[in-house]
Design a binder for this molecule. Structure first.
Ligand SMILES: NC(=O)c1ccc[n+]([C@@H]2O[C@H](COP(=O)([O-])OP(=O)(O)OC[C@H]3O[C@@H](n4cnc5c(N)ncnc54)[C@H](OP(=O)(O)O)[C@@H]3O)[C@@H](O)[C@H]2O)c1
Length: 244
């Protein structure tokens, strides 16, 4: 299969690229840090291709598409793993609106830019799957950032609408509400509520890419807590900070 992964330079996206290439799939990675993508190319060889670019810039997404088209790489599955958790609220509780907007540009429009380009191609072929990585912060707010949970809630609900809209055309939209994973973005060590990226990548490949449902909560343990919690927001935040 041909698979496009955004955020392939690090964390979950990079791990997905490694596991998918190992399974014999061809993977095209997109992220900004070209040196990391180049290192990955050296490690993975002929089945890995990449374009360095910023997913929040429409012209750069289009340039990545043109390059894929030029070499005949039309992805069958697109995993939108690029994401940034930018601190838009300081200790003095001043909201930085520019950073808020940048977060939304990357996490929401950075995914929708790919849908804008690839959805018409998927509809023509009557097949294809888009996978968005949302977060349990979409269900509960965070004091570490205001824009991040907002952007993750927005991409999740947009994907669920798109899943309904295009179900009959055999184009699938899957949203993963992901619990904490030990990567740079979350800055936490693996624990009984913090998963490792190897396990998460393997679940995405074995479950989400196979069953193509609209909504997943992964992994069960940490996401169950957020889904069922009836605690007021400030108590919930205090509890989750204990596990970081
Ligand atoms: N780790 C968690 O606890 C957790 C929980 C819930 C959801 N998630 C979501 O899972 C996804 C993967 O995150 P991760 O944990 O693997 O974190 P990570 O290691 O920080 O990876 C983030 C990736 O996104 C890319 N990226 C960020 N901004 C970009 C931009 N403007 N254009 C292109 N690429 C960009 C980064 O590459 P460059 O910097 O090279 O561009 C990097 O490859 C994210 O969407 C994140 O929100 C993570």
């Amino acid at each position: 299969m041909k698979i496009l992964i955004t955020g392939a330079s690090s964390g979950i996206g990079r791990e997905l690229a490694k596991q998918l290439v190992k399974d014999g799939h061809a993977v095209w990675g997109v992220a900004r840090r070209e040196n990391l993508l180049n290192d990955l190319k050296k490690e993975l060889g002929d089945l890995f291709f990449y374009t360095a670019g910023d997913v929040s810039m429409e012209n750069q997404v289009l340039a990545a598409y043109q390059e894929m088209k030029r070499v005949g790489f039309l992805p069958e599955i697109i995993i939108l793993a690029a994401g940034a958790f930018l601190k838009d609220i300081g200790p003095e509780l001043k909201l930085n609106y520019e950073i808020f907007k940048k977060t939304v540009d990357i996490n929401l429009y950075g995914a929708l830019n790919f849908i804008d380009v690839f959805l018409p191609r998927f509809l023509q072929k009557h097949s294809g799957q888009f996978i968005a990585i949302s977060s349990t912060t979409a269900l509960k707010p965070s004091l570490r950032g205001i824009g991040y949970p907002a952007s993750k809630a927005a991409i999740g609900i947009a994907f669920r609408g798109l899943a309904l809209a295009y179900r009959k055309q055999n184009v699938n939209f899957s949203t993963i509400y992901l619990g904490p994973v030990a990567t740079k973005i979350w800055d936490a060590k693996k624990s009984f509520v913090v998963s490792d990226k190897e396990k998460i990548a393997s679940i995405i490949i074995k479950k989400v890419m196979k069953t193509k449902k609209s909504v997943y909560y992964i992994p069960f343990r940490s996401t169950f807590m957020s889904r069922l919690s009836i605690l007021p927001d400030r108590w919930y935040i205090a509890l989750t900070e204990l596990f970081r």
